[in-house]
Design a protein around this ligand. Structure first.
Ligand SMILES: Cc1cc2nc3c(=O)[nH]c(=O)nc-3n(C[C@H](O)[C@H](O)[C@H](O)COP(=O)(O)OP(=O)(O)OC[C@H]3O[C@@H](n4cnc5c(N)ncnc54)[C@H](O)[C@@H]3O)c2cc1C
Length: 399
């Protein structure tokens, strides 16, 4: 069986490796050119996602690419008061959850797929498909076509495959927040060992981690009522973002302004998630990762969920026949969990950009208790302790 995967982001190459293990021949088509520089800031890899990488034999390769141990999220108020800490967990004694640049994770997975002989075509943008006998024919912007037994949509939140398979599906929903950030090589700040620190500022939310060598990675979530048009954010210069951010964080701890000042390039994206879709598969087409259940970065689970999808999809195709039943089983196993995490991520974004000082003070008052009660290890276990074992067959409802 041949599976055509659209998208070589995070989920696409992981799915290719897993499908190959299941005896399926994968081929990947990615819209971006091979020479395009990788984009994105950094993302958290939950221990649930790291477990998938370990099952697929990819974890060491990924961790060797500058992954920063971040088993804790530490929260601070606008006045600098420590509000609490949330555990992100450890896969084992020596392997805490990590944060790494999106480009490092993507490159590790793409190279792992290539090393296993998997073909990746760059610069091929999927446009539409038609059904064929026991399969699909995908058409690309360059006019070319590829026939396969299965079409896997790993083409992200604005998935063209999803639009083609489910033209009436709801569009991604804007969360009213922008995500900005950058890297500072020599920040002069003390290291933040084992932690990503988060500051609920007076007007916006700031997260950062500083490594032993002084390199700082930071992001900011700022309120913006109107959803930006396509290309609008990319057209704003770093100097303009810097000016806006300095105004937003003017009353917060001064190190935030120093980091913003020292950042050579500030990038911005808008935060969206995806409302529940009518279905995740139709005929021989199946959705995975952000194409099926895009989640706000506030959840820290986007990459991990895509990795979970990859291994569960491959296991279902390995163990369940015919293909249509395997896809139905995959959706049944994945959808409740993914949609619960999407809803959780939406909630987490709610208090990041409050408008009044009174609301900020109330938030700071309530937060220590809220973190202790709702964000302790036990409460988060359903997210972090999810495990999919490659050698266990798919039976019943658990993968
Ligand atoms: C450029 C970019 C930057 C990101 N930066 C961050 C970040 O800083 N922090 C964070 O938490 N998350 C970020 N994300 C989101 C994060 O990567 C995903 O939430 C998560 O990893 C799920 O991965 P995915 O494989 O489902 O989708 P993605 O990682 O979004 O990958 C989708 C891939 O499909 C390709 N593609 C799209 N349309 C087509 C088409 N028509 N034909 C062929 N290929 C297509 C895209 O170029 C991309 O490579 C970013 C995503 C992208 C695309």
């Amino acid at each position: 069986m041949r599976a055509l995967i659209i998208g070589a982001g995070i989920g696409g190459p992981a799915a290719a490796v897993a499908l190959q293990r299941a005896g399926i021949e994968p081929i990947i088509c990615e819209a971006r050119a091979a020479t395009a520089s990788s984009t994105g800031l950094f993302l958290g890899l939950g221990i649930n996602g790291m477990h998938v990488l370990r099952e697929l034999g990819l974890l060491d390769e990924v961790l060797s690419r500058g992954a920063v141990p971040t088993p804790w999220l530490e929260f601070f108020s606008a006045t600098g008061r420590r509000l609490g800490a949330v555990p992100m967990g450890r896969l084992d004694e020596r392997t805490p959850s990590v944060t790494l640049t999106r480009s490092a994770l993507q490159e590790a997975l793409v190279e792992a797929a290539r090393d296993r002989g998997i073909t990746i075509h760059h610069g091929r943008r999927f446009v539409e498909y038609r059904e064929a006998t026991n399969g699909v024919v995908a058409r690309f912007e360059d006019g070319g076509e590829i026939e396969a037994d299965l079409l896997v949509a790993a083409d992200g939140i604005h998935s063209a495959v999803r639009r083609a398979a489910f033209p009436d599906a709801p569009a991604p929903s804007y969360a009213g927040l922008l995500n900005l950030g950058g890297f500072v090589r020599d920040s002069g700040l003390p290291p933040t060992p084992d932690a990503m620190r988060m500051v609920w500022g007076w007007r916006a939310f700031f997260g950062y981690t500083v490594q032993e060598n002084g390199e700082a990675w930071w992001f900011a979530n700022v309120g913006e009522a109107r959803a930006p048009r396509r290309g609008e954010l990319e057209a704003v210069s770093t100097e303009e973002w810097r000016r806006r951010l300095l105004a937003l964080f003017a009353d917060d701890a001064p190190f935030i302004a120093r980091l913003i000042e020292a950042t050579p390039e500030i990038t911005a994206t808008s935060i969206h998630d995806l409302p529940s879709l009518p279905a995740w598969h139709r005929g021989r087409v199946v959705l995975m990762g952000d194409a099926a259940h895009a989640v706000s970065p506030s959840s820290g689970q986007g990459a991990s969920l895509a990795l979970e999808d990859a291994i569960v999809l491959a296991k279902c195709l390995r163990d369940v026949t015919p293909v249509e039943s395997a896809l139905a089983r995959y959706e049944a196993l994945r959808r409740p969990r993914a949609e619960r995490i999407v809803a959780d991520g939406r909630r987490r974004g709610t208090y990041k950009a409050l408008r009044s000082r009174a609301a900020v003070r109330l938030r700071d008052l309530v937060m220590p208790l809220a973190l202790r009660v709702f964000a302790n290890g036990q409460r988060l276990a359903w997210i972090h302790d999810y495990r999919v074992r490659w050698d266990e067959p798919v039976t019943g409802r658990a993968a």
